[in-house]
Write a protein that binds this ligand. Structure first.
Ligand code: FPP
Length: 235
């Protein structure tokens, strides 16, 4: 049997807080270890042949957390890219951001936009960070933009799926092949609802700080063994 390519992996990086609590540490310590794991898993994903890795770093719902935690999460991209940007450039990775950047603190937005800009010529792994991202919001924004385009005479009324997907923040990326969620929760939590229409889902019990390259490899092997039919009949 031919091996199915696992081009696009998306991960809901859950369980940083619980992991930290178990170690008797503050939740922010879990996020810091979690951000280190972004580096580890990006390298592993690339070595396993993944071309697009989308990571849920901050959701539109995460603003409800304590001020301290939100502020810590907003500062993480700066720590992270200061430490790893040069290495990512050398490895040929391209950083992409999805989410509503205009609502982020100025400094956070700047760091993310700089990372995108600095790596835009790279053609290796696309490391896509979802920051202030919510899928329902993305779909509503897309619908509004399409309506505006129709009103202004730029578009015909009645578009197909392919055309609609061009209004999404993920317009430059292929659909998700494999969605992984760590820490045992069986939920999608408003992540890439359109893009996972035909994705395989993999829920693992380990928290994000405990998620290793070996577990990623197993998830991908498992994906490759599953019979993906896209609504058809297997041969
Ligand atoms: C969910 O775990 C995790 C988050 C809301 C944040 C995830 C962010 C990172 C892993 C770091 C991102 C790194 C960069 C470079 C942007 P949780 O805290 O909700 O865990 P819990 O369910 O155990 O409380």
């Amino acid at each position: 049997m031919e091996t199915r390519e696992c081009k696009h992996v998306a991960i809901i990086m859950d369980g940083n807080g619980r992991w930290a609590k178990k170690q008797g540490k503050p939740r922010t310590a879990g996020h810091l270890v979690g951000s280190e794991n972004v580096h580890t898993i990006a390298i592993a994903a690339n070595e396993l042949g993944v071309k697009y890795l989308t990571l849920f770093a901050f959701s539109t719902e995460n603003w409800k957390r304590s001020k301290e935690e939100v502020s810590y999460l907003m500062g993480l991209p700066d720590i992270f890219f200061k430490k790893y940007m040069k290495e990512f450039i050398d490895r040929g990775y391209r950083i992409r951001i999805i989410g509503e950047l205009e609502d982020l603190p100025k400094g956070t937005r700047q760091v993310l936009e700089d990372a995108e800009e600095e790596s835009k010529e790279n053609t290796g792994l696309n490391l896509i960070i979802a920051m202030n991202y919510g899928s329902q919001r993305e779909l509503v924004l897309a619908a509004n933009q399409y309506a505006k385009d129709v009103k202004e005479g730029k578009r015909e009324l009645g578009i197909n799926e392919e055309e609609f997907s061009q209004y999404l923040m993920t317009k430059d990326f292929p659909p998700v092949d494999l969605l992984i969620r760590t820490s045992g929760e069986l939920r999608i939590s408003n992540f890439l609802l359109w893009q996972i229409a035909y994705a395989e889902l993999c829920f693992v019990k380990e928290s994000w700080p405990e998620f290793t390259p070996e577990i990623l490899k197993k998830c991908i092997e498992n994906y490759q063994q599953r019979d993906r039919r896209f609504g058809g009949v297997s041969e």
